[in-house]
Design a protein around this ligand. Structure first.
Ligand code: ATP
Length: 456
């Protein structure tokens, strides 16, 4: 296959019902996307896999579902009100808006813009005549810091006191519920709190399809541990994330660790796993050793103790936190990019195929009556019966080869053909998406044959 482009993935997603442009009939709302019937199933499978690995199979881990709107003091304590901003700079010539740090990063790797003040960045851009990526000229405004949090108002009166924020990350929900979970679950450190939920960021430079959007879903897990054990857990969670991606069918050569040398104000160690998206290696998953920064800040701002009392040693301390945070939308995008292929077959034709892990495939089997007139009734019966166990689809139109192709491109792992043999001998042929080979099975064996292969 030629190199995969984002355009291809966007088109496939739209054409087959994975992801549509948001509010499409109104010409869309920039950088919002709606998951269609296939995309929702894929996304739910990704979430369930995460839930299984990071909650169910993870000793002492608990899931919560916290509110999106939180007391604004939370965002004061977390530093988001004062720090969560991007340095904006406008091109005076073509009026395009840029992030000053991105302009510098695109120009050189000799300096680290995150370590520069706004004034230093402006000076660097001027001194080096960094051209505008859109028009090529170099004539910019000063930098303005732009807070990424979405503001809204509660109540009928719109004033400063009524401002609330749509959460820019799910993590704070875990921090403010630390003691609630610890007490009610009688949890002993080390233990984890995780959640899957929406987050909102007024990104200045959204784009690359669902990679960077203004509304997205995060899957985050915070491991609360004792100081001194944090670095081991940090290393463990980096590996855990990598193994999870591999188990979801992502090839090792397409992921890499990027350890940060410039750290956020709260972090002691930080690492991204980057995925080789069609536009290059970019952040998919962050693992951070956040020390006891978050709980300390919430203690300070709320005035409530968030200390943990070790029941065995009677020692009291503020736990350290190791965070594992992945964007669900970015992960869905990665699974699509990873799975899509255009294969040249022996007869010289090409087939489009989505080699999704069977566990992730929106439909597990397609039921195809060979001849509609003769086999549709039996096929519908089989469809109804198998649908009790997993997601099936039914297709009776077009020749069988065309129907196979339609299933290949949406990733359906098995096609079951219903023909005279089914009616006379209770057997069916099962065609495998990846090998395109067919085997014959007794109809009664089909359920277990499939169930056996769709676990995570
Ligand atoms: P980036 O550097 O790409 O802006 P970040 O470092 O700000 O990301 P975190 O705050 O660590 O990201 O968020 C954790 C995860 O949430 C990211 O690894 C990413 O998968 C996802 N994520 C963050 N911002 C977005 C966004 N605007 N759209 C989609 N997913 C996002």
């Amino acid at each position: 296959m030629e190199k995969l482009t984002m355009e291809k993935i966007v088109n496939i997603s739209k054409q087959y019902g994975f992801i549509f442009q948001g509010s499409e009939i109104y010409d869309g709302l920039a950088n919002t996307w709606d998951y269609g019937p296939l995309g929702s199933r894929l996304k739910n499978a990704v979430k369930d896999a995460w839930r299984k690995r990071f909650i169910q199979e993870n000793d002492n881990s608990f899931e919560i579902d916290a509110a999106i709107l939180m007391n604004p003091r939370v965002w004061e304590a977390s530093g988001h009100i004062s720090n969560f901003s991007d340095p904006l700079i406008d091109c005076k010539e073509c009026k395009t808006r840029h992030r000053a740090d991105h302009l510098i990063e695109g120009f050189t790797s000799d300096v680290v813009p995150d370590k520069m003040t706004d004034e230093e960045m402006v000076k660097y851009i001027k001194d080096n005549n960094i051209p505008c990526p859109k028009c090529g000229k170099s004539n910019y405004t000063d930098i303005r810091e732009f807070n990424l949090m979405f503001e809204t108002n509660r109540g009928v009166i719109k004033d400063d006191k009524s401002v609330v924020y749509l959460r820019p990350e799910t993590a704070q929900g875990e921090f403010v519920n630390f003691l609630n979970v610890q007490r009610t679950m009688r949890a002993k450190i080390p233990f984890g709190i995780g959640q899957i939920g929406k987050a909102f960021r007024n990104e200045i430079t959204p784009g690359n399809f669902t990679f960077r959007t203004i509304e997205f879903e995060q899957m985050e897990h915070q491991l609360f541990c004792k100081e001194g054990t944090d670095s081991n857990f940090y290393a463990e969670y980096k590996e855990k994330a990598k193994n999870f991606l591999k188990d979801l069918g992502i090839k090792e050569e397409n992921i890499r660790f990027h350890d940060h040398d410039k750290l956020s104000h709260y972090a002691k160690e930080a690492c991204d796993i980057e995925y080789n998206f069609p536009f290059g290696f970019s952040e998919l998953w962050g693992t951070h050793n956040r020390t006891n920064y978050d709980l300390s800040k919430h203690m300070e701002y709320s005035g409530k103790s968030l200390e943990y009392l070790d029941p065995e040693t009677n020692e009291k301390y503020i736990p350290y936190v190791v965070e594992s945070s992945v964007g669900c939308d970015r992960l869905v995008l990665a699974t699509l990019c990873e799975a899509y292929d255009e294969e040249t077959l022996e007869d010289g034709t090409t087939r489009e195929v989505m080699h999704l892990l069977p566990y992730l495939a929106p439909y597990k089997v397609a039921i195809l009556p060979l001849i509609k007139k003769n086999h549709a009734d039996k096929a519908k019966e089989v469809y109804k019966e198998l649908s009790k166990n997993f997601m099936c689809t039914y297709d009776e139109s077009g020749n069988i080869g065309k129907r196979y192709r339609r299933e290949d491109v949406i990733g359906t792992p098995w096609c079951i053909t219903i023909d005279d043999e089914t009616i006379n001998n209770n057997t069916v042929t099962i065609r495998d998406r990846d090998t395109m080979k067919q085997i014959t099975l007794n109809l009664d064996e089909v359920k277990d044959y499939v169930l056996d292969k769709i676990n995570f």
